[in-house]
Design a protein around this ligand. Structure first.
Ligand SMILES: C[S@@+](CC[C@H](N)C(=O)[O-])C[C@H]1O[C@@H](n2cnc3c(N)ncnc32)[C@H](O)[C@@H]1O
Length: 198
């Protein structure tokens, strides 16, 4: 990591500590929200890959009158206003478990999921593609009409393919990298707006 990048990463880490966020990741969601107006107070949010909970904390603050359901394989300590499901997105029929918490579905599906990276770029990219594809499948069962989805991917050839997949289901699609995501990191976020179903 270059000196400038390390400084930037440390600065966000310190900021998160002082502002009470559990992870620097909270700033990525906040910056994307500020740019695209993702979250309005009172909506139903599904936060996939939520631990340790920075995104959930942000949702809890901004969506204080709404519903936030967080899911992760790894336990997460309690966040006010947020209900946690311990689970794996690849579990069969995971949407049935999710829908027990919000039977009429969600307005926004978030996924910050990344598997452990192997260092093999194309393998890591392929994994992130399969995760994004699974999140789209979860959207088919849980996301309401005109809803939004924000999904992390590692940038590469498959990002364009995933963008194409999103275009089949969302009327508007953006690729974004918030300033708090380190330039050296290959992560990008695909945002779909106005879900039209499948
Ligand atoms: C980058 S972290 C998320 C950080 C979080 N957004 C925050 O703000 O604190 C990625 C998370 O994805 C979770 N994850 C990885 N594979 C998963 C899977 N198959 N199902 C559910 N969660 C998964 C990991 O356990 C990890 O907690």
């Amino acid at each position: 990591m270059s000196w400038i990048q390390r400084r930037r990463s440390e600065a966000y880490y310190k900021k998160a500590k002082t502002e009470g966020f559990r992870s620097r990741a909270a700033y990525k969601l906040r910056q994307i929200d500020q740019k695209f107006g993702l979250i309005e107070n009172g909506i139903r949010i599904l936060d996939l890959g939520a631990s340790p909970g920075g995104w959930s904390q942000y949702c809890s603050l901004v969506n204080e009158d709404g519903l936030t359901i967080a899911l992760d394989m790894v336990p997460m300590s309690r966040v006010e206003n947020v209900q946690f499901i311990k689970g794996d997105i690849f579990q069969d029929d995971i949407w049935s478990k999710i829908l027990e918490f919000s039977p009429d579905g969600f307005d926004l599906v978030l996924s910050d999921i990344l598997m452990h990276t192997s260092g093999d770029r194309s393998r890591d990219q392929a994994n992130s593609y399969f995760i994004a594809k699974r999140v789209l499948e979860i959207c088919e069962h849980t996301l309401g009409r005109n809803g939004k989805a924000l999904v992390k991917m590692l940038q590469g050839d498959l990002t364009e393919e995933m963008r194409g997949e999103f275009k089949k289901h969302f009327r508007r699609v953006h690729l974004t990298k918030p300033p708090s995501s380190l330039p050296r990191s290959a992560e990008v976020y695909i945002l779909g707006e106005y879900y039209s179903g499948h």
